[in-house]
Design a binder for this molecule. Sequence first.
Ligand code: 13P
Length: 248
Amino acid sequence: MRKPFIAGNWKMYKTAEQAKAFAEEFRKLYKPSDVRVAIAAPFTQLWALKEAFAGSGIAVAAQNMHWADEGAYTGEVSAAMLREIGVDYCVIGHSERRQYFAETDETVNKKVLKALEAGILPILCCGESLQTRDAGEQNAFVEAQIRADFAGVSPEDAKKVTVAYEPIWAIGTGRTASPQQAQDMCAYIREVLADIYGEDISEEITIQYGGSVKPANASELMDQPDIDGALVGGASLKPADFIEIVHF
Ligand code: 13P
């Protein structure tokens, strides 16, 4: 049985002081349950968050990493560096990184493989633009991303990957995909994973929906059979909003 998994993605918001204040308030509101919870924060806040969430069961995620073990890559952070401070997950291939920082399926795939090798659980993002959806090509587009991003990932490791389906047209726009649109794509992603790894493994892979998830729409999205969780941007910045989603 797949456990629900709600992750917040703070993007480039919050200083370490603000992160600590969030964690303090959030811990007071948080009731541990079967739902996995993580916060993806900027690099400089990860250490403070690990400390602030110690013993709470709330996991900490990075928003990016490099695929090399080490090297002359100014400005980059390795998987081992993240693992050393106890980072549990890493968001990989977010559309903002693909759009603004030239991430390709090739670099995303290298990062997924390295994260798994280092013991960091990838939250692998995929999703189509509005133009692609309007052309009716969203399934083919997302399928190509999934096939490329999972290349060389073993069946055992595939189970450790969380796929986050985030249609670009729904990110930060207030325009959520309808529960049916989100379900249809998450089911299609599971079909593609079944084609690669077989049904038993695809049934174990967690698939999140992301894009304008709010307290008001979280539970109907989570009711969908192939949606196992949410990757939440804006609504993860306030403890009171994020806790409502976590307690959907
Ligand atoms: P919003 O929830 O702000 O639309 O962002 C979604 C997202 O990109 C999460 O990674």
